[in-house]
Design a protein around this ligand. Structure first.
Ligand code: ADP
Ligand code: MG
Length: 264
């Protein structure tokens, strides 16, 4: 099997569909014949809750503390999860004193690189040590965001942080793209995406994840969107996003670094 590509899904804000995207991109990739490992790095453990694994014996918190091996649970055919737990809230302060504290997650994931096609890491809504661990372990990052006014200011912050992580901790890290979520067909959303495309040419995915109540309900029923309603907009959007993702991710001769364009 090919070497797994490790993708972190992130944004320092909460409520921007990081967890929803991790779960449903993962499920869509499985539908495309891939073997996928999801990693829940968020102490809120929403991804683990979705797959009903939030109180699992072998969780990432214990693995970080060297109290157990990380064991991926097969939550669906070909879809695996290393779960989180609410105890992970304590990990921040415990991590702070550990030797090699930035590479703990990267080390945990090493044995799985040869066993999966993709490893998707759901990161917490903060620039915490856990998030840094996710970004150090990753080859690529997907930033999910809501197309709201003020999003550009937030984007500048995230991209600056990623530049720092790239130069200090993980020169390999690339931003695969910016994914708009909870998208509505209204002028203000379209205008904001135009502004993002102008400021960061080539970074915005073509896919839009539309605002869809099915995605909320699926989560409530502990289902992926494909199980909950395969004909919903949510299922269509994540399926087409997965195709765009595979295409972008497998592009050969991927240019290193972002093109920057000055804005007046
Ligand atoms: P994050 O992980 O960034 O905090 P979540 O994935 O938990 O965000 O999503 C936040 C909330 O928004 C959840 O209640 C989720 O069900 C809902 N949600 C996610 N994507 C959509 C969407 N496309 N349309 C409507 N609601 C969504
Ligand atoms: Mg989340």
């Amino acid at each position: 099997m090919a070497k797994a590509k490790v993708i972190a899904i992130g944004n320092h804000k909460g409520g921007v569909a990081k967890t929803t995207t991790t779960a449903n991109l993962g499920a869509a990739l499985v539908k495309s014949g891939k073997k996928v490992l999801l990693v829940d790095l968020d102490p809120q453990a929403s991804l683990s809750t979705l797959f009903q694994k939030e109180i699992s014996e072998n969780n990432i918190y214990k693995a970080i503390k060297f109290e157990c091996e990380a064991v991926p649970y097969e939550v669906r055919d070909n879809l695996f999860l290393i779960p989180s737990t609410l105890d992970l809230i304590g990990a921040e302060s415990e991590l702070a004193d550990m030797l090699g504290r930035d590479t703990l997650v990267k080390d945990i994931l090493k044995p799985f690189i040869s066993k999966f096609d993709y490893i998707l890491i759901d990161t917490p809504p903060a620039l915490s040590l856990l998030t840094i661990n996710g970004l150090v372990a990753a080859d690529d990052m997907i930033i999910t965001f809501l197309p709201e006014p003020l999003v550009l200011a937030g984007m500048v912050k995230i991209l600056n942080t990623i530049d720092k992580i790239k130069s200090r901790l993980n020169p390999n890290l690339e931003i695969l793209g910016l994914l708009p979520t909870l998208y509505k067909n209204v002028n203000v959303h379209a205008d904001i995406l135009d502004a993002i495309e102008y400021k960061y040419p080539g970074l915005l995915f073509k896919s839009r994840i539309r605002n869809s109540i099915s995605l909320v309900n699926a989560q409530g029923d502990n289902q992926t969107i494909f199980e909950y309603d395969k004909d919903s907009n949510g299922a269509k959007d994540y399926y087409s996003f997965a195709s765009e993702f595979i295409e972008k991710e497998t592009q050969t001769g991927k240019p290193k670094g972002r093109k920057k364009k000055a804005v007046n």
